[in-house]
Design a binder for this molecule. Structure first.
Ligand code: HAM
Length: 521
């Protein structure tokens, strides 16, 4: 018999299993509660979006968009995706018809490709009619050539829109804000999300290809004719409150070694000037930099500040700092953010090298690290992104938000021994005999309805074996139901922690459970 292929989760993805998933649920539930107290509502955007959305929002030159997205062509369902070398004329006809009916994007590229495909198809049909025994070899050779050409031309038709699995969700939230006209709602609109993101990165501890984020965004349409200077205090308070919210969430979870770093990366007015200055300074030391940084002098000099290369640290330390080159509005806002954080009792450190790897940021940026994570220790990243909604076709809008790496958050909690106990049962119902089974089923029903975790064996077991199982499952109590208990209405209850045993009525047992521990749900 042929050996069966063993399937495994794809590299960089993994199964989250009990009891760990209990911690995931608890973390997400805590996020809901904490974010709710700050007035945030939940948004659940789709997992895939047009590739163009991410290219425009996150930036075509960023690592995320240029190297790490999972992208595919979302072809129409009625055209098979068999555009190999042996493409049949039938499929070519189908592609042409679908294009004519509007089922394939009506781009100029597709227009030209479909025209050429149609011409080739006609040539093929005419050639087939020429086929005679005396010219067989010659005509078949031409037919082969034409078939090859047909397949090639069909492959030029872009059957559907390019879509990507989301590498992050800020772009989706902004798209949704525009699509649902959320600028007409009372501003600001405060939204949070939880869910999987996808980036084709080299997997390691704390870095996955499918990972989970808990994020939040605050969006506010700019009222017309607003003086930007007037907004400085208000924006700074919003930034500080968003940061305060993440810190409150981490504190509620008992996350350890939490460090917040902040920076301002300027705006459209002052940043380009600083970038030019940085580029000029970097050019002077180009020979001393590694190849990545050398390339970034051209593409994105700010990213040089991100470099972890030991040999570059001394050089970077001597580069001009953006804080010294902020325009008055940006400097004013940065000072106010710091003051506001102070008022809220949020401790922070300034890090002028914190530039973040996504293009949409301006002014406030921040990152939070936690203990026990090794080199991938950023557990949260965020910042302000005024103008992003406008870039995506919406009205002028301000934005600030963050995303927490949930995998890393969980890892840090586990390392600190805050993973929580294994899933346990409140009650294990050990029963023997038909009458006892009826009572056991009804007891289990009542206990579960009251929110207790109950294990009810499907078949009767000797009490010794049942108690062993109850122990293995970490049950708090074993409810022992045999003929005697049914006859007297006095249940036997064993407390597994100390092995003590007592007789009591149903009502007394419920009372004991309620008094001994809060409900496990
Ligand atoms: P980001 O810095 O790319 O920002 O990601 C935020 C967090 O997601 C990181 O700090 C990290 O904890 C986690 N993360 C990122 N990539 C991976 C990975 N491959 N494996 C595990 N965890 C990962 C954003 O995504 C922005 N959208 C944040 C934001 C929201 N800015 C404004 N609003």
């Amino acid at each position: 018999m042929a050996e069966k292929k063993k399937f495994q989760a794809i590299k960089g993805t993994r199964d989250l299993l009990p009891p760990e998933t209990e911690l995931w649920s608890r973390v997400e539930q805590t996020a809901r509660e904490v974010f709710g107290t700050f007035g945030f509502g939940e948004i659940r955007p789709p997992i895939f979006e047009p590739t163009e959305l991410f290219a425009r929002a996150v930036g075509g030159e960023t690592d995320i968009v240029s190297k790490e997205m999972y992208t595919f062509e979302d072809r129409p369902s009625d055209v098979p995706d068999e555009r190999s070398q042996s493409l049949s004329p039938k499929i070519a006809t189908q592609i042409i018809e679908t294009y004519r009916n509007g089922g394939i994007p009506q781009t100029s590229r597709n227009y030209t490709a479909v025209e050429r495909l149609e011409k080739c198809l006609r040539q093929l049909e005419l050639k087939q009619e020429e086929l005679r025994p005396e010219n067989f070899d010659h005509v078949v050779e031409s037919l082969n050539e034409l078939s090859y050409k047909l397949a090639f031309l069909a492959a030029q038709v872009v059957l559907g829109e390019l879509v990507s699995l989301r590498p992050e969700a800020t772009a989706s939230v902004c798209r949704a804000y525009i699509e649902h006209g959320m600028h007409a709602l009372p501003q600001p609109v405060k939204l949070y999300y939880t869910g999987p993101m996808f980036r084709r990165e080299r997997p390691q501890k704390g870095r996955y290809r499918q990972f989970y984020q808990i994020g939040a965004e605050v969006l506010e349409m700019l009222p017309p004719n607003q003086d930007p200077a007037k907004n400085i205090g208000k924006d700074a308070a919003v930034d500080a409150e968003v940061i305060e919210m993440v810190m409150a969430f981490f504190a509620r979870l008992g996350l350890e070694g939490v460090k917040l770093e902040i920076n301002s990366i300027g705006d459209r007015e002052c940043r380009p000037k600083y970038v030019e200055l940085l580029r000029a300074e970097l050019m002077k030391v180009k020979d001393k930099l590694g190849p990545d940084s050398q390339r970034r002098i051209e593409t994105n000099p700010l990213r040089v500040l991100d470099s972890k290369l030991e040999s570059e640290q001394g050089i970077i330390a001597g580069l001009p700092k953006i804080a010294d080159h902020l325009c008055a509005n940006c400097a004013g806002q940065y000072a106010e953010v710091k003051r506001q954080l102070g008022m809220r009792g949020v401790a922070y450190a300034e890090n002028w090298r914190l530039v973040r790897g996504l293009d949409y940021y301006m002014r406030t940026t921040f990152e939070i690290t936690a203990r026990g994570l090794g080199s991938q220790n950023a557990v949260c990243g965020g910042g302000r992104y005024d103008g992003l909604v406008e870039l995506l076709g919406g009205p002028p809008t301000k934005g600030i938000g963050f995303a927490i790496g949930e995998d890393r958050l969980i890892l840090s909690l586990q390392e600190a021994g805050k993973g929580g106990a294994a899933q346990e049962r409140d009650v294990f119902v050990a029963w023997m005999g038909e009458k006892a089974q009826a009572t056991a089923i009804s007891a289990a029903q009542k206990l579960r309805a009251a929110g207790f975790r109950v294990e009810l064996p499907p078949v009767e077991q000797k009490f010794g074996k049942a108690l062993g199982q109850a122990d293995k499952l970490g049950a708090r109590y074993a409810l022992i139901l045999g003929d005697d208990e049914i006859a007297t209405g006095q249940w036997t209850v064993k407390t597994l922690a100390d092995g003590s045993q007592a007789k009591m009525s149903e009502a007394e047992f419920f009372q004991l459970l309620r008094n001994s521990k809060p409900l496990s749900s």
